[in-house]
Write a protein of this length. Structure first.
Length: 307
């Protein structure tokens, strides 16, 4: 938790008896937050799953992961996971949005996140497989929240582009993994004129987003608008010389229960390195004893605020 001001920590602590552990760390950017967790948290389980608070593991996904990871030792070191985007109550299937995944499940110690402030990608040393059963991504908060969040993302993306960072550390490959293909297309996209309009036409017509009806139009139009904000913020910088402002949500202070915990003291201390949790339910891991989200919240707490 990055010192959220809602009830995220309290909700998680209510499940402490079920093996939920909470730590807090000051947020700098998405990649650094993840890399801090992977290096500082005492994760003992062999596999790590990245699952946000607004994402839900479907029953089919659970069964397939159990079969791939625990019924036999896999040769892969990581797996691509696809998600179904549920936006304003509708599954947006077309427009190139499904199947469309990232590496979200990996063997402990085999992955790290490339240096990007937003839209971070895992860099894996080893063979990558695919989990065919999807997870569900419920973008269930208000449209105002979506706009606020993407206003922040657009400023971060504009800053990255102004610094010359187009694709991060992901290798662009047209016929590679989904994230590699997206980076290849992003490099091509940056060379084109009228980019936000071309993006809309590509998603809505060429990739058949129109088959989702009004739901497809709403999402693709909004995402095209978000891309236009990125262009405008770069233009604004060239006029004013001031970098786009990143407007963060309010942050609070340390939670008293978490701050007093032995686990928090371990991860805050530079030495010695934290030791594995005794019950084996380390935050961010999947074990045979149960599922947890990658940020330490149980998967069943999907309605908690992701911070």
């Amino acid at each position: 938790d990055s010192y959220s001001t809602d009830r995220t920590v309290d909700i998680a602590l209510e499940r402490a008896a079920d093996g939920v552990h909470v730590v807090q760390h000051r947020f700098e950017n998405y990649s650094d937050q993840w890399n801090w967790a992977l290096t500082r948290l005492p994760i003992r389980q062999p596999w790590v799953l990245k699952l946000d608070a607004d994402e839900r593991a479907t029953e089919a996904f659970r069964r397939e992961v159990d079969a791939r990871l625990f019924d036999a030792e896999p040769e892969e070191d990581a797996f691509i996971i696809h998600w179904r985007l549920i936006f304003m109550g509708r599954w947006v299937k077309w427009g190139g949005l499904y199947p469309n995944g990232n590496i979200r499940l990996w063997r402990r110690g085999k992955g790290r996140f490339g240096r990007r402030d937003v839209n971070e990608h895992l860099l894996v040393d080893g063979k990558v497989g695919v989990i065919s059963s999807p997870i569900d991504h419920h973008d269930y908060k208000s449209l105002g929240h979506w706009i606020d969040r993407h206003n922040r993302y657009s400023a971060m993306q504009a800053r990255a582009l102004l610094a010359g960072d187009v694709i991060g550390q992901t290798e662009p490959r047209l016929f590679g993994r989904p994230e590699q293909r997206r980076m290849w297309l992003r490099k091509l996209y940056r060379r084109l004129p009228g980019r936000p309009l071309l993006y809309f036409l590509y998603r809505y017509f060429l990739r058949l987003g129109l088959l989702d009806g009004s739901a497809g139009f709403r999402f693709i139009f909004l995402h095209s608008t978000y891309l236009y904000w990125i262009e405008l913020k770069q233009k604004e910088y060239r006029i004013s010389g001031e970098l786009p402002a990143i407007i963060w949500p309010p942050r609070g202070g340390p939670h008293p229960v978490v701050a007093a915990s032995e686990l928090q003291r371990q991860v805050d201390s530079p030495l010695p390195a934290p030791v594995p949790l005794q019950d084996g339910n380390a935050a961010g891991s999947i074990g045979e004893s149960g599922w947890q989200t990658a940020d330490g919240r149980e998967e069943s707490l999907h309605r908690a605020h992701h911070s």
